[in-house]
Design a binder for this molecule. Structure first.
Ligand SMILES: *[C@@H]1O[C@H](CO)[C@@H](O)[C@H](O)[C@H]1NC(C)=O
Ligand SMILES: *[C@@H]1O[C@H](CO)[C@@H](O)[C@H](O)[C@H]1NC(C)=O
Ligand SMILES: *[C@@H]1O[C@H](CO)[C@@H](O)[C@H](O)[C@H]1NC(C)=O
Ligand SMILES: *[C@@H]1O[C@H](CO)[C@@H](O)[C@H](O)[C@H]1NC(C)=O
Ligand SMILES: *[C@@H]1O[C@H](CO)[C@@H](O)[C@H](O)[C@H]1NC(C)=O
Ligand SMILES: *[C@@H]1O[C@H](CO)[C@@H](O)[C@H](O)[C@H]1NC(C)=O
Length: 465
């Protein structure tokens, strides 16, 4: 319904006289132009006592005022109450009149009425309808929201009007006046409505010159829920997870806001993130809007979702949220500890990372001792970076039985130590120390050379004598 009120011309009591059988009648004829080239003609139906017979058609005659001899006519059915004349000249005076007809023919037409079509330029001041009209229907209210019309700079505010369409309201019900809203208002809550009734809502912009085109919504308020509707518990909102320890996560949520069903408890679904294995999904029940989920794995990402439970039905699960438990000490030792002697004083130690590291391994600690019944703190220890899986332990005594064990550390601390393994370092005599052997050989050779020289020298001297 696009009404530019300034162009509405309600011609009351114009003495619209004479139809079939000269019946006298006075009616309201409204003329309005929504564009410069159109006139919409509207009238109220003629009652049978005035028409002296059933009106089967209406005829509208019109012509430009300066060409009174070029009258055009349109005919419409007897049940019609309006017609739009098109293809007219802008800013031009027109004369119009109307006649009603029964089966015996047309009666006398009314007197001529004048109407001027609007100017073309005035279109630029047209206020368009608000955009994105959205109505959220509830049982007793409608929440109406909209966005400003294009070219909204000239508006002073909005007007909102609503009416009941179905069941058809009684005629004596007072019309609801449009509600005036400020320009910054973009939504309005219509309250006090009846469930499951049909309503029409119109919103339009206005300024001091004109009223804009209206955006229209028609629809029903929600039904009062019956047992069949119990299936509609909405999901819970604002699910929030926060890790409490390496094995527990707090989960909190808000109850569904528009639930028509009393919620008795909640079901929480918990599964390691990314794993799609039903046997790894756990369910917990809570009657409060929070739960501490325990017995979880450290340093593991979990997917969590919450469902509301009514007496007989369950709502849908909420969207999932993810949270990781904190890291912890490793719960298993490094695996596959292996030892091999490199020489009489060093041993190569190698291993694999623990199966359950419960975090990022930052360090490995290797303990070794010649006496396996000593307490741990009396063992000697070396630390190695968490990224490596083998290292050399030096400075050992030869021909000795050594015992080794090791643990892995996260930022939280060191995990359990591996089972003890032992190794014998070899004894030194089986080793060739190349530099000292060379030294000895060179020394012996030099000694022999000296002796030979001495023998030669003393042999010569003896000959001379
Ligand atoms: C007018 O409406 C009535 C009731 O809806 C119908 O019986 C009649 O045939 C209609 N007349 C015309 C001319 O359309
Ligand atoms: C627009 O229309 C109004 C009234 O209909 C008139 O007073 C005004 O002069 C028109 N504006 C222009 C620019 O023609
Ligand atoms: C809308 O605004 C633009 C520029 O702001 C202008 O060119 C255009 O004529 C306006 N249209 C209407 C119908 O007011
Ligand atoms: C874990 O939960 C307990 C009990 O609510 C609380 O006192 C503690 O501060 C929580 N710890 C963390 C790290 O959130
Ligand atoms: C799911 O996990 C269980 C227990 O960890 C395992 O036995 C089963 O093979 C897994 N199934 C699939 C399809 O991965
Ligand atoms: C090994 O250590 C234990 C405990 O410290 C001690 O009682 C024992 O005498 C030690 N054995 C040797 C051979 O040193």
């Amino acid at each position: 319904m696009a009404v530019k009120s300034i162009w509405v011309l309600c011609l009351l009591s114009l003495g619209f006289c004479g139809v079939a059988d000269q019946g006298k009648w006075v009616k309201c004829l409204s003329l309005l132009s929504t564009t410069p080239t159109e006139i919409r003609v509207m009238w109220l139906p003629l009652s049978p006592q005035h028409s002296h017979g059933t009106v089967t058609r209406y005829r509208i005659d019109y012509s430009p005022l300066d060409q009174a001899d070029q009258v055009s006519s349109v005919e419409v059915g007897g049940n019609d109450t309006q017609v739009t004349l098109q293809g007219l000249l802008p800013s031009w005076p027109y004369q119009l009149r109307m006649a009603a007809g029964t089966s015996t023919g047309f009666g006398l037409p009314s007197d001529w009425t004048l109407h001027r079509t609007p100017e073309q330029q005035n279109l630029t001041s047209v206020l368009f309808a608000p955009t994105e009209l959205k109505v959220r229907a509830r049982m007793y209210s409608l929440h109406v929201a909209w966005q400003p019309p294009p070219n909204s700079s000239q508006i002073s505010g909005y007007k909102l009007q609503y009416r009941e369409l179905e069941p058809v309201p009684k005629e004596d019900r007072p019309a609801i006046q449009p509600i005036k809203l400020r320009k910054r208002n973009k939504h309005y809550e219509i309250t006090g409505l009846v469930p499951d009734h049909m309503y029409e809502v119109e919103v339009w912009a206005y300024n001091k010159h004109t009223e804009g085109y209206a955006a229209v919504w028609k629809g029903r308020t929600e039904r009062v829920p019956t047992t069949g509707d119990l299936m509609n518990i909405p999901p819970v909102s604002f699910v929030q997870a926060s890790a409490n320890s390496s094995t527990s996560i707090w989960l909190r949520w808000e109850k569904p806001r528009f639930s028509t069903v009393r919620i008795i408890s909640y079901t929480v679904r918990c599964s390691p993130a990314g794993l799609r294995n039903a046997s790894l999904v756990s369910y917990y029940t809570s009657s409060a809007q929070e739960i501490l989920l325990g017995a979880l794995k450290p340093f593991t990402r979990y997917e969590l979702a919450v469902q509301s439970n009514g007496l007989e039905v369950d709502g849908p699960f909420s969207g999932t949220v993810e949270e990781s438990t904190f890291s912890d000490r490793p719960s298993t030792p490094p695996a596959d500890l292996q030892l091999s002697a490199l020489d009489s004083s060093s041993v190569l130690v190698s291993w694999r990372p623990p199966l359950e590291p419960n975090g990022i391994i930052v360090e490995y600690r290797i303990l070794y001792s010649g006496n396996s019944s000593q307490p741990d703190y009396q063992w000697r220890s070396v630390s190695r970076d968490g990224l490596i899986t083998s290292t050399e332990v030096q400075g050992l005594r030869s021909a000795t039985r050594y015992f080794f064990k090791m643990g892995a550390c996260t930022v939280v601390g060191v995990g359990p130590l591996s089972p003890v393994k032992d190794i014998h370092t070899p004894s030194e005599r089986y080793e060739l120390d190349i530099p000292s052997v060379t030294g000895i050989i060179v020394g012996v050779c030099l000694g022999l050379l000296c002796i030979l020289l001495c023998i030669c020298v003393s042999f010569r001297n003896a000959k001379r004598r």
